[in-house]
Ligand binder design. Structure first.
Ligand SMILES: Cc1cc2nc3c(=O)[nH]c(=O)nc-3n(C[C@H](O)[C@H](O)[C@H](O)COP(=O)(O)O)c2cc1C
Length: 278
């Protein structure tokens, strides 16, 4: 299986776009230059408009990526690489159990104290186990790591600015915890916060077969507004390598989040594309 580096590698582009977060002034209010316009004050009343400093307007709004202890750490790596390649900021929460799956699937021991170094080795790894399949500069990438036990971390609060959350892969235990609102760790708490704030939540569940309890939890998540996205690769996109199958699932996660990517070849309405490469 050939090693493949993607164009526009992770860490190449940083930071928010110049006008991100600029909110139009309410009707009748005097609008300042953008960035640094005006935002509604408390309760959005026009008489309580407050000036906003440019650095506030341009504040970071990451995607939270939660990695739970289901098999499928290559899915998480593919999602993380693609988010960073798209210039997105990432807040990463790696559950305690997922450190076991990561160790099992990659041989990498993920340590809170050395997370950047460990993340770099993880993201460089292909789904086939090749250590240097991707070029990823995690030193330059806009990634923030939060320990799974840190319930005072930014993502534990709804007032912490984020775009939404992607749980990749999601264990059935995690699905249950989020569906029931257990918040047993930061990952589950951040997911509950994402739902209560009506932000996008994508849950890439990985288990087979599924019991009735998990199915009911998945329905509850769907009804709460989450996108339930089984980590279930398709074969119509002409996969020839394990990485292609992994990238298909990762690409569907990014589709659900509305983040542009080139992880898989989209269906264009003609039969036979899947076998064309063979
Ligand atoms: C090697 C390994 C593979 C596992 N694979 C899965 C899996 O595919 N799906 C799943 O739901 N749980 C799986 N588990 C079990 C979860 O890790 C376990 O339920 C754990 O409590 C999940 O905790 P978390 O949701 O806090 O990460 C696996 C465990 C290990 C050690």
């Amino acid at each position: 299986m050939p090693a493949r580096a993607r164009p526009g590698g992770a860490g190449m582009r940083r930071g928010a776009s110049a006008h991100r977060g600029c909110v139009p002034a309410p009707h009748g209010a005097r609008r300042g230059p953008c960035p640094g316009g005006v935002l509604p004050g408390a309760f959005g009343a026009p008489d309580r408009l407050v000036a906003v400093e440019p650095q506030e307007v341009n504040s970071r709004r990451p995607w939270i990526v939660g990695v739970s202890g289901a098999s499928g750490t290559p899915y998480a790596a593919a999602v993380l690489r693609a988010l960073l390649a798209a210039g997105e900021s990432v807040d990463l929460v790696v559950s305690r159990a997922s450190r076991l799956t990561l160790l099992d699937e990659t041989g990498i021991a993920y340590r809170d104290a050395h997370w950047r170094e460990d993340l770099g080795r993880w993201l460089a790894r292909g789904a086939d186990g090749k250590p240097g399949a991707f070029e990823v500069d995690t030193g330059a990438a806009d990634v923030r790591h939060w320990a799974a036990g840190d319930l005072a971390a930014g993502p534990s609060s709804g007032s912490y600015a984020v775009k939404g959350m992607l749980i990749v892969p999601a264990s059935t235990a995690c699905v249950a915890g989020v569906a029931l609102g257990l918040s047993k760790d930061l990952l589950q708490r951040a997911a509950s916060v994402t739902l209560k704030e009506r932000r996008p939540l994508v849950v890439a569940v990985r288990e087979t077969p599924l019991n009735g309890q998990t199915l009911r939890h998945l329905v509850a998540l769907d009804e709460a507004g989450a996108v339930v996205l089984p980590a279930s690769p398709a074969f119509y996109a002409g996969a020839t390598h394990i990485q292609d199958l992994v990238d298909f699932v990762a690409g569907r996660v990014l589709d659900a989040a509305g983040v542009p990517h080139r992880l898989y070849r989209r269906w264009e309405g003609e039969l036979g594309g899947g076998s064309a490469r063979g």
